[in-house]
Design a protein around this ligand. Structure first.
Ligand SMILES: Nc1ncnc2c1ncn2[C@@H]1O[C@H](COP(=O)(O)OP(=O)(O)O)[C@@H](O)[C@H]1O
Ligand SMILES: [Mg+2]
Length: 259
């Protein structure tokens, strides 16, 4: 099995879905077989790939609750080699139903066991509840999008503590599992950028080198329900997500990859 990447931050609006869609599409364009799992009941990744909730019968809650095989729910997308495990609003209820279950944190990992993708990218909801813990537990690499702004680090300590607990790692070995991705970076905000980077100094080793700039084309691509690479291939957003894709490929070398 390939690498499992979980895109996590309990704050909303920091770029989790934008990163999930465009990183997954970037990896597929680089020749990898990719599955994007939408683990947010709001289904933004599903919609963002042009698939309307209601147009499919089965979704992630059927896998987590009803023991349907994940293969049964996977859909092709408009991007070659990119597949989607869609979400539905019923996933919210599923999370409540899962919470009292024994070994509930391991359900997703078990469901992914026999899949053969080079990369699985999991878009998480903005909480640290049972669904997100499942994604953490299943993942090889945790991508934490962090909006460069005044509240960038709110909740960050909680997130790190949760990761340490679930992955059973200490502060040092975290480097193996976690990468922080700075998003919506605006070079004009010199002072606040400096402030955020100063606050992030203790986590320097965990930062992706790639920084995602603020770019309206990313927002427009999401509304047009397609990845940035087809919507506006020359935009700064496309450049940044291409660079991120290359960085992830370097971080997760795959001997079996075709490209
Ligand atoms: N780098 C960026 N530049 C401009 N707009 C962005 C950028 N990243 C995300 N957005 C927009 O910000 C909003 C929130 O992003 P989203 O990826 O949905 O966050 P999350 O999934 O963490 O809630 C969306 O409207 C998205 O299109
Ligand atoms: Mg989202």
């Amino acid at each position: 099995m390939g690498k499992i990447l979980a895109v996590i931050n309990q704050k909303g609006g920091v770029g989790k879905t934008t990163t999930s869609i465009n990183l997954a599409a970037g990896l597929a364009r680089a020749g990898r077989q990719v599955l994007l799992i939408d683990l947010d009941p709001q289904a933004h990744s599903t919609i963002g790939l042009g698939i309307e909730p209601g147009s499919y019968q089965l979704a992630m809650h059927d896998v987590l609750l009803n023991q349907r095989a994940i293969r049964e729910i996977i859909l092709p997308t408009q991007v070659p080699r990119l597949f989607l495990a869609p979400s539905h609003i019923r996933l919210d209820k599923a999370e409540h139903q899962l919470t009292p279950e024994l070994f509930r944190e391991a359900i997703l990992k078990r469901a992914l066991r026999d899949l053969e993708y080079d990369f699985i990218v999991i878009d998480c909801r903005p909480t640290l509840g049972t669904l997100t813990i499942n994604a953490l537990y299943a993942s090889d690499l945790i991508v934490v999008p962090c909006e460069v702004g005044r509240y960038a680090l709110d909740g960050f300590a909680d997130l790190m503590e949760t990761i340490e607990k679930v992955k059973n790692c200490d502060a040092r070995s975290k480097e193996q599992f976690i990468r922080i991705l700075l998003t919506r970076y605006d070079s004009r905000n010199k002072l606040s950028n400096e402030w955020v980077l100063e606050q992030l100094a203790p986590y320097k080793n965990l930062l992706f080198r790639t920084i995602i700039r603020k770019n309206e084309a990313l927002n427009q691509a999401h509304m047009a329900q397609e990845p940035i690479f087809t919507f506006k291939p020359d935009s700064p957003g496309a450049q940044d997500y291409r660079e991120l894709t290359q960085e992830v490929l370097r971080l997760c070398p795959m001997p079996s990859a075709t490209n």
